[in-house]
Design a protein around this ligand. Structure first.
Ligand SMILES: C[S@@+](CC[C@H](N)C(=O)[O-])C[C@H]1O[C@@H](n2cnc3c(N)ncnc32)[C@H](O)[C@@H]1O
Length: 211
């Protein structure tokens, strides 16, 4: 994601204290308090937060968590959430590598991977957020009827991911062209809107926990 360095972005993120969580020893406790025993809907690599803000507005009865590394993007995300006065959404600043620590004892019902970095070189396969090592982390916090949903414009990531996902989940739906198939429930992310405007096809995979 192209971004400008913004002085004080982390401070601005943290000043939105209803929405901002850091990666520290209290994160798990804070997430569990936020969830209040309800299932969570989590986006890994939430960018500027547009997708989660739309989802949180559309589903006020659900609790959403975004995970993102970059403070400039987090700053934009919490500003959006505050402007919309959402009370069912928080963002964690940190690496998805720590997923298990944050969500231990919580119930993740949906895990969204929207347009995650494809890391095209084979030597970087381990960095893809659909690599087996990440899938095991996500799965450790997912409830029995949970779903994992991947959207990407990248064919190689799609092909890699479908193989990785099938090791730990049951693939229940996959499409090479989401907009040709159509899904009235689909909410477009910021990247998705950009790719669709350029005429790119959107791939989607939906998985469930294997029974
Ligand atoms: C291509 S952007 C997609 C943003 C958004 N999901 C969308 O569809 O508009 C991918 C995002 O994932 C974040 N990211 C990459 N690796 C990550 C990691 N290990 N943990 C958390 N976030 C990560 C990046 O900082 C980036 O903002």
């Amino acid at each position: 994601m192209r971004r400008r360095r913004v002085a004080g972005a982390l401070d601005i993120f943290l000043s939105h204290e209803n929405y901002a969580l850091l990666d520290d020893e209290q994160t798990n406790q804070k997430i569990r308090r936020f969830a209040d025993a309800a299932p969570l809907h989590v986006e890994v690599g939430s960018g500027r937060g547009g997708y989660l803000c739309q989802m949180a507005k559309r589903h006020p009865d659900r609790k959403f968590v975004g995970i993102e590394l970059k403070e400039e993007l987090l700053m934009a995300a919490v500003r959006k959430a505050a402007e919309a006065e959402l009370d069912n959404l928080v963002f964690i600043r940190g690496y998805a590598e720590n997923f298990k620590t944050w969500f231990e004892g919580a119930a993740v019902k949906t895990l969204y991977l929207n347009f995650v970095d494809p890391w095209p070189k084979r030597r970087n396969a381990r960095k893809r957020l659909t690599h087996a090592s990440y899938l095991q982390l996500y799965k450790s916090a997912m409830v029995d009827d949970a779903q994992l949903i991947l959207k990407t414009d990248n064919r190689h990531l799609y092909l890699f991911s479908i193989v990785e996902l099938a090791k730990y989940f049951k693939v229940v739906d996959s499409t090479h062209d989401l907009y040709a198939v159509g899904d009235p429930q689909n909410v477009a992310t910021e990247y998705e809107r950009r790719y669709v405007a350029k005429g790119k096809k959107i791939y989607r995979i939906i998985c469930k926990i294997e029974e």
